[in-house]
Unconditional design. Structure first.
Length: 380
């Protein structure tokens, strides 16, 4: 049957239209497919980002101010220097000390590559480098340090007892063996005001050892003479047991904690005789808690400044990823307790803090996955 040219033309146009619609349909379908894939990808990325933000939230929200030579807000203080501790394993229960004017940091511990060798070292804060070290043979891993008010003597103490060195030559002055000290050593050794004696022991057995003469002889420390009907208990100067007494015996500060044996514990009662013994013989008592936003932390350690006018409290808690965060709270201990500054720190500090004699500088040793470094803070 013949087909007209017009009809052929019409059929050809229809065939062309069908051929044109097919690619357009496929393109629309491909576009939709791509849009669905893109939407799913966006949702997946959002889910991953949400999970990551939950996991990283403590890192993102946790604000650790950087260290600089100048403090941004002198009224709040801040970190002024960070020093790398390359090869000394400063144990978590060691303590450190700054020189009287805060320009030298003294710390000690075993060498990382040979833990049989224990040393005491000095670091120049301004130059951020170690300037000297001296061996502490047969000492033990925990090295705790005190410096005299004149800066001419340092005391290192640990499991082997107390060793007093002359500075800057590091020549021996006196050694008080552990068997002489008995359980008087505990956490604190301090120099007398004139620098001619060391004071050590808890509140009930605080003793003074003269640097000249027989190191085994001691006498009651000033301010800790036994009183009738009062048998004081608790650590003096520095403590990890929920209470700390000033070195002049006049102030006791209680820290709310969950640790057994503390005189005041969170969520439980304790025998009243423990609290009575903790505060007896003092003129004033303070109870401290961490600042807002740190309700989950535990008070680990507290240290009075050499003149008993300031107190530093170390709080710590684990973050969801297993890393540690630390807060150091600094209080004015003259009269009513007043918070002077709070320093958040990434990592673990433990007991590793130390004052300058004028309490205008505070050192903290912290451990992170990157290693060990010392942070030096200016206190307002």
């Amino acid at each position: 049957m013949p087909v007209s040219a017009g009809g052929e033309a019409a059929d050809t146009e229809g065939l062309s239209a069908d051929r044109q619609d097919a690619p357009a349909g496929r393109a629309t379908s491909t576009l939709r497919h791509r849009l669905l894939i893109g939407l799913a990808f966006v949702v997946l990325i959002g889910a991953i980002g949400g999970a990551a933000s939950i996991w990283l939230a403590p890192h993102l929200w946790f604000d650790e101010p950087s260290c600089s030579s100048e403090v941004r807000d002198p009224k709040r203080g801040g970190c002024i220097a960070s020093l790398l501790i390359p090869d000394i394993a400063v144990t978590i229960t060691a303590t450190v000390r700054l020189s009287p004017n805060g320009d030298t940091l003294l710390l000690g511990g075993p060498l990382r590559n040979d833990n049989s060798k224990v040393i005491l070292a000095g670091f120049d804060v301004a130059e951020r480098r170690e300037t000297w070290r001296t061996p502490l043979n047969n000492f033990g891993p925990d090295v705790r340090v005190a410096v005299s008010a004149a800066g001419n003597k340092a005391a290192a103490w640990g499991a082997a007892g107390v060793r007093v060195l002359d500075l800057p030559n590091r020549t021996p002055v006196i050694t008080v063996p552990a068997e002489v000290l008995g359980d008087r050593l505990l956490f604190d050794v301090a120099f007398s005001e004139d620098g001619n004696a060391i004071l050590t022991g808890d509140a009930s057995r605080r003793r003074s050892f003269r640097l000249a003469g027989n190191a085994s002889k001691s006498s009651p420390a000033p301010g800790f003479d036994p009183a009738d009907g009062c048998r004081p208990r608790g650590h003096v100067g520095q403590s990890n047991l929920g209470s700390v007494r000033s070195r002049d015996g006049k102030i006791v500060v209680l820290l709310l904690t969950v640790m057994p044996g503390a005189p005041v514990q969170v969520g439980r009662s304790a025998p009243s005789n423990e609290l009575s013994a903790t505060i007896c013989g003092t003129n004033s008592v303070g109870i401290l808690v961490g600042p807002a936003g740190w309700e989950d932390v535990t008070a680990l350690f507290a240290s009075f400044s050499p003149k008993n006018d300031r107190l530093a409290v170390v709080y710590a808690a684990k973050m969801p990823n297993g890393a540690w965060r630390t807060l150091i709270d600094v209080w004015d201990a003259r009269g009513p307790m007043q918070r002077l500054a709070s320093f958040p720190i990434r990592g673990s500090v433990g007991y590793r803090i130390g004052w300058s004699h004028d309490a205008r500088r505070l050192a903290a040793i912290r451990t992170t996955n990157d290693g060990i470094n010392a942070l030096i803070y200016a206190i307002p």
